[in-house]
Write a protein that binds this ligand. Structure first.
Ligand code: ADP
Ligand code: ASP
Ligand code: MG
Length: 409
């Protein structure tokens, strides 16, 4: 008998038939003798709709009330799944964040888990019942409802698996595992049997939204065996594991892309000590996350250009802050665009193999794609390119690194 946390994403609980399909799977696991804690997302499209309601009600709404609204999607699915399970003769009880002790900080809209008091869930499992938990939500110490950021049910599930010392955390979704790149844009993408925590962490943070980045960080920290698999098919998915469990490591294991980026260039910035800190300090004060940065060499010794990226959602705010400081910073112009994409190649094998970046640059050059910004770390190379070339770039790189699935006979 094992204790397993099973998380079902939006598409998997998209309507009542699908919720019944989930209930059937859970019932099977219970009949096999396992202790099951289920974590559910809102039905597909519901959270987007709720976010939209908040925006329409007031573009600059109170973040606490945003959380009150957007957390409601998971309440519906938790209750419905418990009803479907009961209907099938499985004892089940739903739990909202505050009922299963999901304590978070008070950063509304992107709260971090501080502690999970598992007493209620332990009692539920001890009583032989399935616990159905609403993902994505928690409670701050002032008793207000919080949410964990978009895609946060993955994090709820992994955190619960760690707190309950579960044997495994199964993340059921609409694809049958983690692929070498998003299978929706590259039909030749290959399913991976295993991927390391580190690579999955990079892939997720660079745009592969199959798992929320923080869920992978938590799984890595607590060594939670996490499996990504399909809720529509009965076959093994992809295991996210430690590096020691991977026998033969590819140099590059995946390609990720992120469309939610924007690029800003501060043109003709006076070239003297402290300027860069004056550009980025005020952005940091406003919690704007600057990602890639390049500063061009100063041609005349007097002025330089600084180009950097920020999340597209923060572009307007960033521009406003910089323009507000124009007098102090003394730059000539600000040039910015949201029509860019970040494409990254990821692989722990890069640590011991040279030439990965070169293959990337050669491949993009062959396709006539201009690289605007570059950044590297030990296990990834990222570039910013024109958004128009996203699919072309991802497909060409996928082929160049030998990742394409073999053609079917
Ligand atoms: P859920 O609602 O179940 O949480 P998501 O939409 O958040 O599902 O995540 C699943 C989606 O992630 C897939 O439909 C797929 O398009 C996308 N995806 C992006 N990159 C990858 C990848 N490398 N492997 C698998 N899926 C990926
Ligand atoms: N329902 C939330 C979202 O759409 C959380 C999740 O699905 O993981 O972001
Ligand atoms: Mg998701």
């Amino acid at each position: 008998m094992a204790r397993i946390v099973k998380k079902f994403g939006g598409t998997s609980v998209g309507d009542i038939d699908r919720i019944r399909n989930v209930a059937t799977r859970v019932k099977k696991a219970v009949e096999e003798g396992h202790e099951i804690v289920v974590v559910v997302s809102a039905m597909a499209g519901v959270t987007n709709q709720l976010v939209d309601y908040c925006r329409k009600a007031a573009p600059l709404h109170d973040a606490r009330e945003y959380d009150t609204v957007v957390a409601s999607g998971e309440q519906i699915t938790a209750g419905l799944l418990a009803i479907c399970l009961q209907e099938m003769g499985v004892q089940a009880r739903s739990f909202l964040g505050w009922q299963f002790g999901m304590k978070t900080n008070n950063v509304h809209g992107a709260a971090r888990i501080e502690d999970i008091d598992t007493a209620a869930l332990e009692a539920c499992l001890k009583g032989g019942r399935v616990a159905v938990c609403a993902g994505f939500q928690g409670i701050a110490d002032d008793n207000r409802i919080t949410t964990l950021g978009r895609g946060g049910s993955d994090t709820s599930a992994v955190a619960l698996a760690a707190a309950l010392k579960a044997e495994r955390c199964d993340i059921y979704t609409d694809v049958d595992g983690v692929y070498t790149t998003d299978p929706r844009i590259v039909p030749k993408a290959r399913k991976l049997d295993k991927i390391t925590y580190e690579e999955m962490l990079e892939m997720a943070s660079l745009g592969a939204k199959v798992l929320q980045t923080r869920s992978v960080a938590l799984a890595m920290k607590h060594g939670v065996r996490t499996q990504v698999l399909s809720s529509f098919e009965d076959k093994p998915g992809t295991l996210v594991v430690g590096e020691d469990e991977i026998v033969e490591q590819e140099v590059v294991s995946g390609i990720a892309y992120s469309r939610g980026e924007a690029k800003i260039t501060v043109v003709g910035l006076e070239d003297r000590p402290g300027q860069v800190s004056h550009v980025f300090g005020p952005l940091a004060d406003e919690n704007i996350n600057v990602d890639m940065i390049v500063q061009s060499a100063s041609e005349d010794g007097r002025s330089t250009d600084v180009t950097f990226t920020v999340p597209e959602d923060d572009l307007r705010r960033a521009v406003k802050i910089l323009e507000g400081n124009k007098k102090d910073l003394r730059f000539r112009d600000l040039v910015y665009t949201g029509d860019v994409v970040k494409v990254s190649v990821v692989g722990v094998g890069m640590r011991s193999h040279a030439g990965v970046a070169r293959t990337m640059f050669d491949t993009l050059a062959d396709k006539g794609i201009n690289i605007q910004v570059i950044s590297t770390s030990e296990i990834k190379v990222s570039v910013i390119i024109d958004a128009e070339y996203t699919e072309l770039a991802v497909r060409a790189l996928h082929t160049a690194y030998g990742l394409d699935a073999p053609a079917r006979a």
